[in-house]
Design a protein around this ligand. Sequence first.
Ligand code: HAM
Length: 404
Amino acid sequence: MPEFQSVRGFHDLLGEDLRKFRHVSQHLREKLKLYNFEEVVLPVVEYLEVFQRSIGEVTDIVQKEMFAFKDQKGRWLALRPEGTAGAVRAYVQNRLYALKPHVKLFYEGPMFRHERPQAGRYRQFHQIGAEVFGSIDPLVDAEIIQLVYEFLSELGVPSVIEINSIGCRVCRPAYRVALKEYLEGVSEHLCQVCLDRKDRNPLRVLDCKVPTCKEAVRGAPKMVDFLCQDCTEHYAKLKEYLQLLSVPYRENPYLVRGLDYYTKTVFEAVSPELDMTLVAGGRYDYLVEELGGPPTPAVGFAAGLERLSLLVKELPREEPLYMVLPFGDVMDYALAVVKSLRSEGKRVELSYKRAGLKKQLELANRLGVSYVVLVGEEEKAGGFYLLKDMETGQQVRVEFNPAL
Ligand code: HAM
């Protein structure tokens, strides 16, 4: 084993994995463009308070998973564990609210969480996230979910979209009380972590993966039964729009999220194959204000690129590869052929190996070359080259005169 290994949970992305990763990213970026989102490139590091204030003090991310450190001046900074907090900070700092009634941004990049690594869960992972600022209309929530649905279907990744409403400042407090009361009653079945959560952040108990906790919350009160009129109407409209848009969804009354900023709509696209969430998001109508901006409702989502890449079974065929094989004192001519083919947009490899035809063809086969271009002294003198199709073995003569 080499002396140096990458840090646990931090990975090199290369080869086929990277091609799948880029395929996913490119596909989502194209989709975002069609929905008229504009890209922002956000810093990887923010002041720690930005995350504490947005994600919430009593969340796993803030309490256990942050890569936080002090800079030379003693200020607490953190590697971003997600993109929404930074996007909101940027929206406020750059006064984007002054420009347009609503603003649609997307970002792509690495995120960092100190979680227990496993397949599909890493300490450095990548997200593409999108946020719409400035509209309270459930139509925006529906469009966001529609975008996610179209993206996943077109990518060929099977998933189930779950939705829920987790209410607002008006209706959630009463639900918390009712849920807490219920959890007291089943507390002997809760895990150690949930015993603490039930007092500090009871909604998170609904999301616990421990089997006894899952069982214990089966009969828990549901947020949908506590929604105020505004949230009830918002949720009903969302469902109406999703039906109108033919977006299939499943209501999950116990769907909650691991971040505290959400209000009203929350949703997740879950992969049955991985038993993991691929894309997740929701509405967060108070966060802009909490980070110092004017009251601005917002809604967004983020997609985990590694998880999605794991589910890409087939990549589109790559452009055919050409390989130019020079024989004899013909490098000037061979270089001109290479240049000309590349200028036509072809993917071209120049053989660096000086060997006989048989060896060169073997090498071309190993490299997955579709066409070899044979350039020898006779070809140079005659102003042509031989183009050989490696699959059929057919060879054609192509006129080529670099001086023309
Ligand atoms: P999140 O659910 O924490 O939401 O993360 C979104 C997605 O990032 C997950 O569904 C998953 O695909 C991926 N992900 C999260 N943690 C890991 C990990 N350790 N390894 C690999 N992939 C991971 C958010 O981050 C919110 N900011 C989403 C949002 C945007 N809500 C509103 N706007």
